[in-house]
Design a protein around this ligand. Structure first.
Ligand SMILES: [Zn+2]
Length: 282
């Protein structure tokens, strides 16, 4: 994935304050005029009078980086914030979020902008070891109608032919798919006496020399386990215990049996369907 570095120098929009990101916020530029593409929006951010900024701007041709991810941008500032955002991010979420602006210029292809944004979001999530649970709409933080095609049904119908919630869920699923190789987040069934997670290896795991490998994070989180990832040493821990993993395209895979043991689950292997079931009696 190619990113064009065009860092802004306008100090009103780039204060140079260091941040430690905890989430990724999706926006739309709300500018449907012809020519209002990523370069135009970046140049707007760079005007000395502009007090707004975001780390990335995506149009149908390119991704532009306007701010380093570890510097604060002004993309979700508001008078008040939703309680969930304050609880999970901070009292001033600009100080711990990365922002992506999606262009909606009339002379661009929204479908291509959408695809590039999915790629960028998956790349960022992967680098921080995050899941799609770290994706926020601007709306989720402040209540603003942004990005309108994920918030407002009429705009969502016009852009994506779906309700706003379905469109936002689709976006998260598309990012998830790229991030983990899973077609969707593993479904967890909780019965009266058991919790069960089932994966089909053909689409979600790997069979290597007769051993079934499953994606660690998606599976562990589905089963309620805690996964930590140390990017420098590439060490994965599950419920506090180190797990030897294989890496494929940034996703950590571990033998189903070893992961299951750390999660306190039993493995059931259905050879005919090439499916792994993990089960815990409760
Ligand atoms: Zn926004």
């Amino acid at each position: 994935m190619q990113i064009t570095e065009m860092l802004i120098t306008n100090k009103t929009a780039r204060p140079g304050i260091p941040i430690t990101p905890k989430g990724l916020v999706i926006h739309w530029t709300a500018n449907e005029k012809k020519g209002a593409d990523a370069v135009a929006n970046r140049n707007y951010f760079n005007k000395p009078t502009t007090e707004a900024s975001a780390h990335y701007i995506v149009d149908d041709r390119q991704i532009i980086r306007c701010l380093p991810e570890n510097e604060m941008g002004y993309h979700v500032g508001a008078k008040s914030y939703k309680p969930e955002a304050v609880a999970m991010l901070s009292k001033y979420p600009n100080d711990c979020t990365i922002g992506i602006e999606m262009c909606v210029n009339a002379d661009g292809s929204f479908a291509k902008t959408y695809q590039l944004t999915v790629q960028l979001a998956a790349d960022i999530l992967k680098r921080y070891g995050w899941t799609v649970d770290k994706l926020w709409r601007h709306y989720d933080i402040t209540g603003k109608n942004c990005p309108a095609f994920f918030v407002d049904d009429r705009t969502a119908q016009a852009y994506l032919g779906k309700t706003a919630l379905a469109a936002w869920n689709l976006f998260k699923q598309d990012v998830h798919k790229l991030l983990t190789g899973f077609p969707q987040k593993p479904q967890v069934a909780v019965g009266n006496s058991a919790i069960a997670v089932e994966l089909t290896l053909a689409t979600t795991g790997k069979l290597i020399a007769g051993v079934s490998y499953v994606p660690v994070r998606a599976l562990a989180e589905a089963a309620g386990g805690k996964v930590e990832w140390e990017p420098h040493t590439r060490t994965v821990t599950v419920n506090g215990q180190k797990l030897a993993c294989l890496f494929d395209n940034g996703t950590a895979f571990a033998p189903a049996r070893e992961l299951a043991a750390l999660l306190g689950l039993k493995v059931e292997w259905d050879g005919t369907r090439k499916a792994v079931g993990l089960r815990r009696e409760i």
